[in-house]
Design a protein around this ligand. Structure first.
Ligand code: HGY
Ligand code: MN
Ligand code: MN
Ligand code: MN
Length: 411
């Protein structure tokens, strides 16, 4: 087990540098998939991969791979270390980027140490992990894992009416490699926890053994526009009020169920969106998650039943579009154990855990043994510019990734 350390300064500097790319005049960081700022981040990453002497490959859905292979190990199935560098809106600098840059750092450290892996080691940066502009999320890794045909993915229409394929071509990342051309021997993803558990338990390393199921829907409620002043409450078909009831239903239903499910209405717009007009239409998204597939299905069906009742009670018409649906995933026990062995050898406290967030690892787990390493998020905050992880924890996570890579590529 290598007890060398990665080059902390190089990793931390790159995280800061990439974190500076894609900021607007207010200093907010946003690199939505296949956008102009995503291109700037991709270009910087490719420059680092090239400078490290890796072979670059970009596949048709824009996934970027940096391949370290030798005469001796070329042709062996690679160890893949990856994550994503696209972000949400007004993001932090660690979500995704940390894992990609730590993967590059591990390769550079192993090269500098003269390590000769028995298999190629690949850094992967997957397209559209966040799913903010194009749904579903984890789209690039979903295609890589064979969960969606690349043509369908390229035809995905974004919230701004663009198609992913045309935007990837615009930014010069509509690659030629066939998706899935690199079938990994194993996949390991290092990521910030984005939740409160590790910090609360003063634990540095999360050995992630599973990941919860995700259900994304877009709901359109159609009512009748009317005068806000003259229309009695009992005579309204108020799409806005009906939409508000959905959020309350989900919170109360989950509270009653005592389950660890979570529900989020992250986007909502009204038409005609005027202060004195009863909304004729409400369009909003619902993100449901639960570690247990049966409970997630039960939550979806409870919601569907409520929407049926809502139509009657509020005299509105409800239509639902499914945007994403991923079942819970269990990761590879041997890799999880290797994470724990490394943490112990380095004197780092670790604990097994479930991921609340979706990750590319859940898509690659369809085609290869996979697992994740988490490090603590301060105050459990993420998808927020206040996202932060202590440098010592960032370095510790990368060193555990280094050890796991040696174990998976060394024999
Ligand atoms: O939504 C998620 O959990 C992921 O960050 N896309
Ligand atoms: Mn992420
Ligand atoms: Mn994220
Ligand atoms: Mn994620």
């Amino acid at each position: 087990m290598s007890h060398q350390s990665i080059n902390a300064e190089r990793l931390l500097t790159r995280i800061r540098e990439l974190g500076a790319i894609g900021r607007n005049d207010q200093g907010q960081l946003t690199r939505l998939a296949a956008s102009a700022t995503d291109k700037l981040g991709r270009d910087r990453l490719v420059a680092w991969l090239r400078a490290a002497g890796l072979e670059i490959a970009v596949d048709r859905i824009g996934n970027i791979f940096g391949v370290w292979q030798s005469q001796d190990n070329a042709g062996q199935s690679p160890l893949m270390l990856g994550s994503h560098i696209d972000t949400v809106i007004n993001a932090g600098i660690y979500d995704g980027s940390y894992g990609v840059l730590a993967a590059l750092e591990v390769i550079e450290t192993l090269k500098e140490q003269g390590f000769a892996p028995v298999r190629p080691i690949v850094v992967a940066a997957f397209t559209n992990e966040e799913g903010v502009r194009y749904a579903p999320d984890m789209l690039g890794s979903l295609v890589h894992g064979g969960g969606l045909a690349v043509e369908a993915a390229l035809a995905t229409v974004g919230t701004d009416g663009t198609t992913l394929g045309s935007e990837l071509a615009c930014i010069g990342y509509a690659g030629t490699a066939e998706p899935g051309f690199l079938k990994p021997h194993a996949y390991v993803e290092l990521h910030i926890e984005q939740g409160p558990v590790l910090e609360r338990e003063a634990t540095t390393i999360g050995a992630v053994e599973n990941l919860q199921g995700i259900s994304w829907q877009r709901v359109t409620i159609d009512g009748v526009a009317n005068h806000a002043g003259t229309t009695p409450m009992a005579m309204r078909s108020d799409a806005g009020l009906a939409a508000a009831r959905v959020g309350l239903f989900l919170r109360e239903h989950i509270a009653r169920s005592n389950a660890p499910s979570v529900a989020t209405i992250g986007t909502m717009r009204f038409e005609p969106d005027a202060i004195n007009v009863i909304p004729s239409r409400a369009v909003f998204t619902i993100d449901l998650r639960d570690p247990d597939e049966d409970r997630l299905r039960a939550l979806e069906s409870a919601l569907s039943g409520f929407l049926d009742r809502l139509e009657q009670e509020e005299h509105v018409i409800v239509s639902v579009e499914r945007l994403a649906r991923f079942e819970p995933v269990s990761f590879d026990g041997a890799i999880v154990a290797a994470i724990e062995v490394s943490a112990k050898a380095r004197g780092l406290k670790s604990r097994r855990m479930t991921s609340g967030a979706g990750h590319d690892a859940q898509m690659i787990a369809r085609i290869a043994p996979a697992a994740m390493i988490f490090v603590p998020s301060r105050d459990g905050i993420s998808h927020n510019p206040r996202e932060h992880t202590d440098p010592a924890d960032l370095v510790a996570g990368a060193n555990v990734l280094l050890d796991v890579a040696v174990r998976l590529a060394g024999s």
